[in-house]
Design a protein around this ligand. Structure first.
Ligand SMILES: Nc1ncnc2c1ncn2[C@@H]1O[C@H](COP(=O)(O)OP(=O)(O)O)[C@@H](O)[C@H]1O
Ligand SMILES: [Mg+2]
Length: 252
């Protein structure tokens, strides 16, 4: 897909020819209300793709549409075959894993219990569970120190680390994150985004929904800009030199 092909302004950004995730003509609606106009969205192997746009632009809806959690039109494929609609368990089985807006961790449960929930599909395979936990602790050493603590008693940043850690326990083939920086202090946010960069450089494809565009653009290979439920542009982060230039996309 090019930006031009989807009705966005010209100035095509090259997209991968062999995407792992490919949505074609993907649209979404809530009842009678169309919340997302048809768009093409692709993620290549090892790519980190940012989804940017103001509040209400349709960013969360795009993630829900990819996962088949809302009524959609169009087609979504992952690693060469269609992703089921309205079947979250089957989508998770394919390795497509979401870290939802608001984190979705279980506050009264301990950190360890929350992490274990992420790997429930493993059944009794304790060795593989330990291996995955070890990897999570390498990325987020603080979680190891707090294994017995109630998740809800941790700081916002730690809870976000737990939400990402829990998603990693499912051994994702692609990770989608909905505004992981929401409500976090800049230093904590940078730490978390840095870790996403580490995961991505190790080969994990990532879709990162963010309102804090400059931070996301530092990590992203490409960025999709949404506005009022439409794709406004696909941009190459290397070409965005300034805030002003980004604002131009927002208000075009
Ligand atoms: N469950 C829902 N039912 C009806 N409308 C919704 C629902 N969720 C979101 N919307 C509407 O869809 C549009 C896009 O919302 P959303 O995807 O949450 O935007 P963003 O994540 O970019 O802030 C908004 O106009 C919002 O009001
Ligand atoms: Mg949202």
């Amino acid at each position: 897909m090019t930006a031009a092909a989807s009705g966005a302004p010209a100035g095509a950004v090259p997209v991968p020819a062999d995407p792992v995730l490919a949505a074609r003509g993907l649209s979404a609606r809530y009842g009678e209300v169309q919340a997302l106009a048809p768009l093409d969205f692709v993620v290549g192997p090892g790519e980190l793709v940012a989804v940017l746009g103001p509040n209400g632009a349709g960013k969360s809806t795009l993630l829900r549409a990819i996962l088949g959690l809302v009524a959609t039109g169009g087609e979504v494929s992952f690693m060469g075959s269609s992703l089921p609609r309205r079947n979250p368990a089957a989508v998770a089985n394919r390795g497509v894993v979401l870290v939802p807006e608001g984190r979705g961790i279980f506050g009264p449960m301990t950190v360890a219990e929350n992490l274990e929930l992420g790997s429930w599909r493993l059944g009794r395979d304790a060795r593989e569970r330990q291996r995955r936990m070890g990897r999570v602790f390498e990325l987020f050493p603080r979680l190891k120190e707090r294994l017995g603590q109630a998740a809800g008693s941790m700081s916002g940043g730690e809870q976000q680390m737990l939400a990402i850690g829990r998603a990693l326990m499912a051994d994702p083939k692609i990770l989608l994150l909905d505004e992981p920086s929401l409500g976090l202090a800049p230093r904590v946010m940078e730490e978390i985004l840095e870790t996403l960069g580490v995961l991505n450089r190790a080969g994990l494809p990532v879709v990162l929904v963010e309102q804090r565009a400059p931070s996301a653009l530092k990590l992203a290979h490409r960025a999709y800009l949404l506005s009022l439920g439409r794709l406004a542009a696909v941009i190459d982060p290397r070409e965005v030199q300034s805030h002003d230039q980004l604002a131009q996309y927002y208000f075009a």
